[in-house]
Each structure stands twice: as C-alpha cells, then as structure tokens.
Design a protein around this ligand. Structure first.
Ligand code: UDP
Length: 500
C-alpha cells in the first residue's frame, strides 16, 4: 500500500521558551505544506502567543496544523501561576522547577495518544525538543518513531563534543586561559569562562546531569532534525554526522522559510519600529540591537550600553525586554532622569517589548545587528544578509560568535570575555565594571564604528554577509533544506509502509 504524505501525522513537542517555540511553529508550517497533519503541544498562554500565526496558516493555505493545549502545573512545581514560558521565570534558581513542571506534561500527552489510538489515528511520529528527554517514554510505550530537534549550530555541537571527549579542561588552570579546541578543522581558541555551564560543571553537578539525560534520550531517537543548513557549516557536517551516528536532516533556517509572509504581515507593517525605519532615508545605516528572549542585563550594563549606543553617533533601534525582572525598572528611571530618549530622538529608538525582529532585520534601512548570538538570532542575521556585532552572553553563544567572526567572517566582536552566568545578579556598579562579562561604552562604540565602516574591510564584510543571505534564500527555495524537509516526510511515510 502506498502512503501519501497527507496520511502522515506529526506530533511536535517543543520546550516552552520563545527560541524553541518559534522554530517549532515555523517547522510546523514547513511540514504541513507538504501534506501531513501537524499537532503542536502548547500550554494555554503560549497557545495564545502563537495562535494568530497558526490560524493564518490554517485558514489562508488550508494547512492542517492544530494545537494540543495542555496546562503546565506551575504552582505545584514552585513556579508563579502563569509562568509557562522560560522568559517569565523570575529567577534563574527556578529553571530546574520549570523543567520539572514540563515533565508533568507526559501523562496527559500519553492520554491524548491513547485516545487517538482508539480512533485508529496514532501519530506517525514525534518530533521532540532535545531538552525533553521524557518524550522517549511515550515513543517507547506506544511504539512511535521519535526524532529529536536541535536548534543550535552544528559548529557549537562539534566544539562542545571535542572539548568534553578530549578532557582538555582537566589541564586548564583558569577561566581566562585560552586553549585550542581539539580535533576540529579550524584553529579556534576559547576559554573555560566562555563555555556553556553544563560543560564547565563537574559530572555530578545538576546541569551536567540534566544534559546527560538529554543526550541519553537522544541515543534512542530515530533521527535528528537540525535548524541549520548544509552550506552554512559545511566543514562541520561530516564531523557532526560522525558524532551523532544517526540519520540527520538539516532543514534550516526554518524561520527564513516563512520570511515573505512575516514581512507582508499587517502586524509587522503597523509596528512602530517599522514605521520609524520607513522614515530613514539612508539604506544600511541603522544598527539594530536586540538580545533575544532570555538575556538579563545588570543596571550598570544597561546604562553603559545606552551611552555606548549614543556615543556611536549612528542611528539605532534598541530592544529592551519589558519582562526583565532584574534591572529594567531602575534603568527606566535612569533613562527618564537623563532625558536619554529625548537626547537621542533624532536618530535612536528605544523599543520596549517584543520586536518584529525578522521584519526589522530585513528592512533596507538596517545595516548591522548587535546580537547576543542566540542561534535563532544568528540565523535571522545570516538570512537577512546583515553583518553582526557579537556580544555572546551564555550557553553556546561564544561558539556562535566564533562561527560568525572567524569562520563566516561576517561580524566583529564587542569584546566580551566571559559568560554573564556567574555575575548577572550582582548589581553593584563598581563590581560589575571590573568583571570579564562587562562591556564598556568604548568597546560598544568601537564595535559599531568598525561594523558600519565604509572602507574596504567593512565593504568586504557586508559583501560576505549578503552572500550568506543569498545562500539562505537558495536553500529554502528549492535547495538543500527544502529538499531535506520532503526527504524527512518521505522517510516517515516509508516507515508507515513497513509497519502496515
Ligand atoms: N525575537 C523577536 N523579537 C524580540 C526578541 C526576540 O522576534 O524582541 C525572536 C528572534 O527572532 C528569535 C528568538 O526570538 O527567533 C530568540 O532566539 P535566540 O535563539 O536568538 O535567543 P534566546 O531567546 O534563546 O536567548
């Protein structure tokens, strides 16, 4: 019996945080466009955030995408009521509670699968977040193929793997000593202070235990989907495949596949940031500064950044998180006392809340992206063909910085030396300023000058960034990633054929 793509039903299980929910919903559309039905697990508040995007897809293109909405037991796990997304966790100490709460989704999800099975409509496969190892239990219990989705760069995964397996950290004496990442095709130096916390921790500590659980669950998966594209990290593809020893589909940048609709959407056109950009006459003149959904700046760092942006004398849009519990209120008072926005109003916009990042980056007035190097933001910058100023904060972001600056040569470093993870809650000005994670106004000003430079070096960087953007276009418009999405669905339908 021949299986059609429209007989395939894919269950997506994302981690409830913006940088995972966004690529999962983007991926849902890509999968549904080829015929399958796609169900995405959501919690009530997250479903509201993504409802518009999904209902547009379902009504306009008749795509079969649906939400399965299950409540997240927040209070029961020591989280404030409504804390359904990692961007609303009020303290880093509560991150483990969030992961515990997510585990409680397993039981209701199993019930849902059982109900589907009673009607002969068992999902054909599960695509689960790398960070949700409990999905393995459901896959085994109901004999459903499970694939793991990775939303990080291949390069960072290879670097981390080599650092761990070579045990090079055992020889490193201090957080600031640079060492060569062993056994990779390029000469890349990092320091211990720049590495993800899970790698810096010794094996028994909580985060590394958690990451080991993720890796163990990946071992039993039937394959891996990666939000990157073959041409971007080509030197590291074989290394990655060799390490994972599984079937892998590189399907990214998934957000870029939806770019045209995002750019055409009324929400983006109506946004004050886009209206502000429309009034800029010089193409490529604006620096867009945004640090993702999870970064917390200290009060002193926010002030330093404000002064750095002002002294650069370049037009800018700076996105400040509204829900940053740590320092925003105090900083807002400072902005008012200093009359900052009035002072810069001819050429600077301070944007509070959730910015339409993809639309901003693709606006012709934008010429550079000051980014924390989160993988989704990195892909947004690459896809839009924009050169970047790199200011990594935590997790694998220092590896992404090396990818942007050393390998792709489309960025300049702001000069941050270490992750913020150890220091971010220390609000004392003087202490903050001495830290290796602190970036001075002069560093910021210089990085902006270097990036926006109109001389040969700046032009070369812009040319390479534009080329990377064109490459991203090609892979999603009939190129490798487009093809890999179809090959993935074909793989699932072949599996179904064998099972029947
Ligand atoms: N983003 C956005 N508007 C904002 C901030 C972030 O659209 O104001 C999106 C951005 O396009 C990206 C995601 O949020 O898709 C951030 O993911 P990333 O991996 O860069 O960083 P994280 O949030 O995990 O630190």
């Amino acid at each position: 019996m021949a299986f059609q793509f429209n007989q395939v039903h894919i269950l997506l299980v994302p981690l409830m945080t913006q940088s995972h929910l966004i690529p999962f919903t983007d991926m849902a559309k890509q999968l549904a466009q080829r015929g399958p039905t796609v169900t995405i697990l959501m919690t009530p508040l997250n479903s509201l955030r993504f409802q518009t995007f999904v209902s547009e897809q379902t009504s306009k293109y008749r795509l079969k995408i649906q939400f399965l909405v299950l409540p997240l037991p927040c209070r029961e796990n020591g989280l404030p009521q409504g804390c359904e997304n990692m961007d609303s966790i009020p303290s880093p100490d509560l991150v483990p509670n969030f992961f515990s709460a997510c585990k409680f989704l397993q039981e209701p999800l199993e019930k849902w699968v059982l109900e589907k099975m009673e009607f002969g409509a068992k999902p054909s496969c599960i695509v689960s977040d790398f960070c949700l190892p409990w999905t393995e239990n459901i896959a085994i219990k109901f004999n459903i193929p499970r694939f793991v989705f990775h939303g990080t760069s291949i390069f960072s995964a290879v670097c981390n793997f080599r650092i761990v397996t070579s045990k090079v950290l055992e020889r490193i004496k201090s957080d600031s000593d640079p060492f060569l990442v062993p056994d990779i095709p390029d000469e890349i130096y990092v320091t211990r202070g720049q590495l993800p916390r899970a790698i810096r921790q010794s094996p028994g500590e909580s985060l590394s235990v958690k990451v080991n659980e993720f890796k163990a669950a990946e071992l039993s998966a039937d394959g891996i989907l990666v939000n990157s594209f073959e041409e971007l990290e080509s030197k590291y593809l074989n290394e990655y495949i060799d390490i994972k020893k599984k079937k892998i589909w590189f399907i990214g940048p998934v957000s870029h596949m939806n770019r045209d609709e995002i750019l055409d959407s009324v929400t983006a056109h109506d946004n004050c940031s886009i209206k502000w950009l429309n009034a800029r006459t010089k193409p490529g003149s604006v620096v867009y500064a945004c640090f993702g959904s999870l970064t917390h700046f200290s009060y002193s760092q926010l002030k330093e950044l404000a002064i750095g942006l002002e002294s650069s004398n370049r037009p800018f849009i700076w996105v400040i998180r509204k829900d940053d519990f740590y320092s925003t209120r105090r900083f807002e008072e400072w902005l008012e006392e200093e009359n900052f926005e009035e002072r810069v109003k001819e050429r600077g916009l301070v944007f509070r809340g959730w910015a339409p990042q993809v639309s901003i980056l693709n606006h012709p007035a934008v010429g550079g992206f000051l980014t924390h190097c989160g993988w989704n933001s990195t892909l947004d910058g690459v896809s839009a063909g924009r050169p970047m100023i790199t200011w990594p904060m935590f997790a694998e972001q220092f590896h992404n910085e090396n990818l942007i600056v050393k390998l792709l040569k489309i960025g300049v470093r702001v000069g941050v030396k270490e992750t913020v993870e150890n220091h971010r809650r220390d609000e004392d000005n003087d202490v903050q300023k001495g830290l290796p994670s602190f970036v001075t106004r002069d560093n910021i000003k210089k990085a902006i000058e270097d990036l926006m430079d109109e001389g040969d070096e700046g032009e070369e960087r812009r040319r390479r960034a534009k080329e990377a953007g064109e490459m991203a276009n090609r892979v999603v418009e009939g190129g490798s990633s487009f093809l890999n999405v179809s090959l993935f669905i074909q793989h699932i339908s072949e599996e179904l054929k064998h099972q029947s």
